[in-house]
Design a protein around this ligand. Structure first.
Ligand code: TRP
Length: 328
């Protein structure tokens, strides 16, 4: 029996932030121990973001470096770029023929995009079909995703079921793997996002981290340093729990002292800065090494490409056999 297989992906939007790390990446790192993992940089999917395509190569490089800094290990996982594997596009075409338009039109992410005034194009509608082919071409059993991707995964399972019904069982029906990871909010208390400019990047320098932490919103009811605070409602306290606790920080003490008014927001944030600087310092060190070693990055993507391509082309052959459309 083969180990259960995992596939997940991220669009290359540039350098990653603490929200990406706490919400997804740190979980991927631990999944490597138990599963056979495929991690993909979804550059075709990024075309729906209207990113300047000149930027995409650099963004791929930045995402790859952040992945490696966080602990994704090319010895354990297959790390590759979506557009390096043309089989995804071929499977996407085949699957598009058995995907009813209604499934795609009902998809909430598609409806949101349209509501936000985005151009209604073919690629946007077909986004979940491309994502389905990413997953099915590796016959992934589990897909670690955030809640925002669950609707896409539902469509993926329906397409897999439909293919299996029409042509014979080729695909497993992939299940989501929701991580227990905490949602890390941005500096201003909204979702952490590049577009809100409220993030701390994994590659931020200590000075910048300090500056950003000083900017963080805290409990609005704690006006003066001596006022009793509400750590259970304070974003800064959540950061202490998520990042400080694993380092051995006494977060219960921070909780109590904030509540009693003994700990003011300024020293509390100073503590947090030093925690984040410590957590991210090995990331920065590794980034500096990797940035000097373009050859190593190339090699990792080349090896990932070869391994992914083998699996993908074998699946595509099975698909064509099942459809009685294989030649030679
Ligand atoms: N749509 C995913 C996102 O925006 C990225 C992605 C592309 C993906 N293909 C995938 C995730 C396949 C999981 C599996 O986050």
């Amino acid at each position: 029996m083969r180990r259960s297989r995992i596939l997940s992906g991220m669009r290359p939007t540039g350098r990653l932030h603490l929200g990406n790390y706490a919400g997804a990446l740190s979980n991927w790192v631990s999944l490597q121990e138990k599963y056979e993992c495929f991690f993909m940089i979804a550059d075709w999917h990024a075309l729906t973001d209207r990113t300047d395509t000149k930027q995409i190569k650099q963004n791929i490089r930045d995402v790859l470096i952040d992945w490696l800094c966080a602990g994704l290990d090319p010895e354990k996982s297959c790390i590759f770029v979506q557009s390096h594997i043309p089989e995804h596009a071929e499977l996407h075409l085949i699957l598009s023929m058995i995907t009813p338009l209604g499934w795609l039109e009902r998809c909430p992410t598609y409806k949101e995009k349209l509501a936000s005034g985005e151009e209604n194009n073919y690629g946007l509608l077909g986004y979940p079909v491309l994502m389905t082919s990413d997953i099915l071409i590796y016959k992934a059993d589990r897909v670690p995703v955030g809640e925002d991707q669950l609707a896409h995964l539902e469509i993926c399972r329906e397409i897999a079921r439909r293919f299996n019904f029409l042509y014979g069982k080729v695909f497993p029906e992939p299940q989501p793997l929701l991580s227990k990871a905490t949602k890390i909010l941005g500096l201003d208390g909204r979702k952490m996002s590049k577009s809100y400019d409220n993030y701390i990047a994994l590659s931020d320098e200590p000075k910048l981290i300090e500056k950003k932490v000083r900017r963080m919103f805290t409990d609005p009811e704690k006006v003066y340093a001596g006022d009793p605070g509400h750590p259970e409602k304070c974003n800064v306290y959540t950061y202490h729990e998520v990042f400080g606790k694993p380092l051995g920080e006494d977060v219960e003490k921070i909780f109590e002292e904030c509540k009693s008014g003994k700990l003011g927001c300024v020293p509390c944030k100073k503590k947090l800065s030093s925690v984040l600087i410590e957590v991210l310092s090995p990331f920065r060190k590794k980034r500096r090494e990797l940035e000097r070693d373009a050859g190593e990055l190339e090699k990792i993507l080349q090896e990932g490409r070869e391994k992914a391509r083998q699996v993908a082309s074998a699946t595509l052959r099975e698909v064509k056999d099942a459809m009685q459309m294989s030649f030679s």
